[in-house]
Design a protein around this ligand. Sequence first.
Ligand code: ATP
Ligand code: MTE
Length: 200
Amino acid sequence: MSEPSAALPPPEALRIGVVSISDRASSGVYEDQGLPALRDWLCKALHNPIEFECRLIPDERELIASTLRDLVDQARCDVVLTTGGTGPAPRDVTPEATLDVADRELPGFGEQMRQISLHFVPTAILSRQTAVIRGRALIINLPGQPKAIAETLGGHPQASGIFAAVPYCVDLIGGPYMETRASVIKAFRPKTAQRPIRPE
Ligand SMILES: Nc1ncnc2c1ncn2[C@@H]1O[C@H](COP(=O)(O)OP(=O)(O)OP(=O)(O)O)[C@@H](O)[C@H]1O
Ligand SMILES: Nc1nc2c(c(=O)[nH]1)N[C@H]1C(S)=C(S)[C@@H](COP(=O)(O)O)O[C@H]1N2
């Protein structure tokens, strides 16, 4: 008898932009840990084959905005995750650059990330992170501490990770069907939007 998974079509391919925004990592003062942390977490979390578009850039508003435009409009990314530049320091301008390229803002992502992060650090409230839609792409800011990537995407026992809401958001804006591994993050979709669950 065949496995139930044999009847499932293969998962849809995804294009994901990952952007590390750091003056010091981009100039070689320290080695960038943002891009590897983003890629590792996403590869663990998703069944979908992923084509990554990776960028390591300094904290410059115009450059961040043009990078995001390029990733969505030219590289056709379905999702873009940034890390870094969300705090209150003068050179932290990632949220401003993200809003510069936005069609619409999704403030709930930033609100939930601050809730989650308070379970890890009291300085969580210093992050001005947000999320926006540009065209058919979802762009989300994450804090710059490399450990904050898994913390905010995956969550805490008392605060669900923001990635749980990403697949349904991407459905709603016309992107590919994202399939997560429940052992890493369980995606939430209303019953009417669910397809059969792929075994781990
Ligand atoms: N891309 C990165 N790779 C490795 N470590 C990082 C990275 N970004 C931040 N960190 C670490 O997290 C700490 C806090 O990050 P934060 O984003 O506030 O840096 P920053 O003070 O804005 O400086 P920079 O933009 O030069 O990274 C840094 O001091 C560094 O130890
Ligand atoms: N989950 C999580 N959120 C976090 C942190 C962290 O270590 N983990 N660091 C906080 C700190 S110290 C700052 S200053 C802000 C902004 O960080 P950024 O400027 O590196 O984006 O994110 C906050 N959010």
